[in-house]
Design a protein around this ligand. Structure first.
Ligand code: ZN
Length: 872
């Protein structure tokens, strides 16, 4: 059934404090919970108390130490009801026994490689104990863990360690106390035989914090980069937002089986180990950057998420969008701001735009859900971040900081809402944000159309801007958004073009605010016809339909002072040519020559850094081209047109490109720093162009694969060979498999590369990989590497006309669903491209989903995704 935001109501009872006692043994974990509970002032006597449970069996129950009569409560798998609780403060004590070993959903308490660990967000705590498992119930926790010393020498929970010692019979214990009231989704417990690295951080007020990262024995040296990232994150949050850490310890634990990237549990972050472990031989530059980003993200949650949390799960974006904004800002400050921006926008266009334009579209703050786990989406996270970024743009840096300060001051210790968040910015700036709030409430990517004209006689420049947003599920009408358009006008010689007056709309400094359906701005005193540079830095998450010619776009690519728009102008030219050619309109030689020249000029521009150039030469993703085409897409033709255009661009320039490729080789020892990583990414970008677009690339890739001394270069050569299905591809995949056979995270890279092959045999090979008896079918990383990357990044084979790709995925998902519904549901979101496809493929996709839907016993996670895609 569906849960609606409008039905929100506080619970009749609140939790004052929680004391938990875990007794862990190999066979079973006994959980005894004592919670002090009291009715709220407005609660009527006799109101039942309903606690959440999921898969629990109640073993004993008492109130204030007295066992309850059977008639006083009702308990089952899904909950515990006290029929008539005392009308005063009381202590409820319950006991349940768990079998973590059998928990393959990886929610609640489970075991990963022998280590006991937890994942509670969003609704996992109810799999550990009966509780008011919702984010608006905040309480301080005390947790006592007793476990066999041999198997679990390390015992961790949230907060500070207050006592530890021997418990007899080979057992020992630890007592943890978290003084900060928190919702149950931030609860964590870890028990196991783990190694660790330690460090310290002194906060700005001079408090010393002990830092530790725990991992499987032997992996300690691989945690160093994560520790370095943590210390830089702590320093950055002090400097940029004035936020200081608040406990004596900060612990991170890396585990091998994890449904998501990582989790911000108070003082005890738990991480998917792929976001902790890094050595040059086994991790790529992209892995390093991701580790830095996610370590920062989870750390930043301590203030945006933990100290201030969400009232209900509809507000998820309150903590996630804001925290993504903070981690993007961190990465921008630590690395190159323009390159980071390009990277983030590219990711938004490849993942979020398709979501927002398809059957799974939902606003950053949804108003209904059947399964909350299906709303940890790119819309909530990445679009949520874009909305915060627009606030920062509209308020300016100082105004935004003032609002954030007020947010921390006003709401510390609360579970709050998007409305409260917007209110602090209204109060800090005096702006009315009621229309701006639509960004949180309305789904869909607006299209902004720009048309301009210049009248030389009157030196008047006219710019008309309009917005439209297509209907999305449950939202047929879209009143206009408030769209900040950062802009500049560029004169014929490439320098900024001024004006003496402007009328027809709101223009403040370099920002136009489009808040109606359409505005026409008239600029007077404009000496020459300018080229407009709109949405500088991607100032709003929209699609721009501009009337600029290819010539004007190439002019921007050369002259715009905004690096993002320089990049975007070239991407637009390339995407348009590829989309046009897929629709049967072959690009002219003149167009191709001009594009090639612009790319070569960028490569030759010594004022630009390597990482930026790498982004410029990266060819648009097939998903971006498909979106540009808009309907009736045949992904196979898209892939072919893309490759053909790359060939046409590269052809006459192959010598030049290979010379630059050779020049970029690095002789110093590997370092993951931005400068070296940028050089490698440009070199590998050239290799990709040469392999897709010329005869010589395949051999270069093969040679690079064998010569490589780090994972970045070796994996790039492997992936490029696989994606272009070069003559050596199969042999390289075979070599890679045996070379790194024992490392699960490198195995994931092999799975990703294997899933990207464009040849007809790819599905057969993936079937064989999945069917191998030793394939780790309960590990989310393995499953996502093979299937997730296939559905998202190999559209030509996933969306084959014969339906084989669709059926392969639905059949695999049906099996996974019995083990781990979250992973199955996530893989199936790849079907969101369905409405974009040409009719034959669309029918094949539909048939595969219908067959899945008809199976018995599908999880709510999977059922929800399948139903929404079929309904859309
Ligand atoms: Zn987060």
């Amino acid at each position: 059934h569906t849960i609606f935001l409008k039905d929100y109501a506080p619970t009749p009872y609140r939790v004052v404090s929680v004391d938990m006692d875990f007794k862990i043994t190999e066979a079973v974990t006994r959980v005894r919970t004592q919670m002090t509970i009291e009715p709220r002032a407005e609660t009527a006597p006799g109101t039942p108390l309903v606690l959440d449970g999921d898969g629990l069996t109640l073993d004993s129950i008492a109130i204030d130490g007295l066992p309850l009569m059977l008639s006083a409560y009702a308990a089952n798998e899904a909950g515990l009801t006290l029929v008539e609780p005392p009308f005063r403060r009381f202590v409820l004590e319950t006991e349940v026994n768990l079998k973590p070993e059998e928990n393959k959903k990886l929610m609640g308490l489970y075991r990963s490689s022998g280590t006991w660990c937890t994942q509670c967000e969003p609704e996992g705590f109810r799999r550990i104990t009966y509780y008011l498992d919702r984010p608006d119930i905040l309480a301080p926790f005390k947790v006592r863990i007793t476990a066999p010393r041999e198997v679990a020498p390390v015992l961790l929970s949230n907060g500070n360690l207050i006592e530890a010692g021997d418990a007899g019979d080979g057992m020992h214990f630890a007592l943890w106390e978290d003084p900060f009231p928190k919702p149950a989704y931030l609860f964590a417990l870890v028990a196991g035989a783990l190694g660790s690295i330690t460090d310290t951080f002194t906060t700005m007020s001079g408090r010393k914090v002990d830092l530790a990262i725990y991992c499987t024995h032997g992996k300690e040296p691989e945690c160093a980069y994560a520790m370095d990232s943590l210390k830089r994150s702590m320093a950055w949050d002090e400097k940029r937002f004035g936020r200081e850490y608040d406990l004596d310890v900060f612990n991170i634990v890396a585990v091998a089986d994890f449904n998501f990237g990582a989790m911000e549990n108070k003082g005890l972050n738990i991480f998917n180990d792929k976001l902790v472990f890094a050595l040059p031989e086994t991790a790529s530059d992209a892995n390093y950057a991701n580790i830095e980003r996610v370590i920062a993200h989870e750390y930043f949650h301590n203030w945006t998420g933990n100290r201030i949390t969400c009232r209900d799960w509809f507000q998820l974006c309150l903590k996630e969008g804001l925290t993504v904004y903070r981690d993007q800002e961190f990465s921008s400050d630590e690395r190159s701001r323009p390159v980071q921006r390009i990277h983030d926008v590219e990711n938004l266009r490849i993942t979020q735009f398709p979501e927002d334009g398809g059957p799974l579209a939902h606003p950053p703050r949804p108003d209904r859900y059947r399964e909350i786990n299906n709303f940890y989406t790119t819309t909530v996270y990445q679009k949520g971040s874009e909305v915060v970024r627009m606030l920062a743009t509209l308020l300016g840096e100082a105004g935004f900081r003032k609002g954030m300060d007020l947010y921390f001051e006003r709401h510390d210790g609360e579970a709050t809402t998007i409305e409260a968040f917007l209110k602090v910015f209204e109060d800090a700036s005096g702006l009315d944000l009621s229309q701006f709030a639509r960004w949180y409430l309305q789904a869909g990517t607006p299209t902004v159309t720009a048309n301009d004209s210049y009248d030389a006689a009157s030196q008047t420049y006219t710019l008309t801007l309009s917005q439209t947003t297509a209907p999305t599920p449950n939202q047929p009408d879209k009143p206009p958004f408030v769209i900040p358009i950062k802009f500049g006008l560029i004169g014929p010689n490439g320098s900024p073009m001024g004006w003496t007056g402007v009328s027809g709309g709101t223009v403040k400094d370099d920002i136009i605010v489009l808040d109606g359906d359409t505005i026409t701005l008239t600029f007077t005193g404009v000496a020459n016809r300018p080229v407009p540079s709109l949405f500088r830095g991607f100032s709003a998450p929209v699609r721009l339909a501009s009337s600029l010619s290819q010539q004007d776009l190439l002019f921007l690519a050369r002259h715009d002072s905004d690096p993002f728009n320089r990049w975007d102008a070239l991407q637009t030219v390339t995407t348009n040519l590829m989309a046009g050619s897929a629709a049967g309109k072959a690009p002219s030689n003149g167009d191709i020559d001009a594009l090639r020249q612009a790319i070569l000029d960028t490569l030759g521009d010594t004022s630009l850094d390597h990482a930026f150039k790498a982004q410029v030469i990266a060819m648009p993703d097939e998903a971006v081209i498909a979106r540009q085409i808009g309907a009736n897409v045949d992904p196979f033709t898209v892939a072919q047109s893309r490759k053909a255009l790359i060939g046409a661009i590269v052809g006459p320039a192959a010598d030049r490109l290979s010379a630059i490729y050779e020049d970029l080789s690095i002789n110093e020892p590997y370092s993951p720093d931005a400068a070296q990583a940028g050089r490698r990414s440009l070199r590998n970008g050239l290799l990709s162009l040469l392999t897709a677009g010329s005869e010589r690339g395949a051999a270069l890739a093969e040679a690079q694969y064998y010569a490589a001394t780090n994972m970045t270069d070796r994996y790039a050569a492997l992936a490029i060979s696989a994606r272009n299905w070069t003559p050596a591809a199969l042999a390289l995949l075979g070599d890679f498999r045996t070379r790194f056979g024992g490392d699960p995270l490198v195995f994931d890279k092999w799975l990703v590369a294997s899933s990207q092959a464009p040849d007809e045999g790819v599905i057969e090979r993936m079937r064989a990989i999945l069917a191998a008896p030793d394939f780790p079918r309960t590990n989310p990383n393995r499953l996502r590497s093979l299937l997730g990357s296939f559905v998202m990044s190999n559209p030509a084979q996933f969306a084959r006309a014969d339906g084989l790709g669709f059926r392969f995925v639905t059949e695999a998902a049906a099996e996974i669903d019995h083990v781990n519904p979250q992973v199955a549901a996530r893989v199936l979101t790849g079907f969101r491209i369905l409405p974009l496809l040409e009719p034959k493929r669309r029918e094949a996709a539909r048939a595969a989903l219908e067959a899945l839907k008809n199976l018995q016993g599908l999880s709510r996670n999977t059922g929800d995704i399948v139903d929404r895609i079929l309904a859309g």
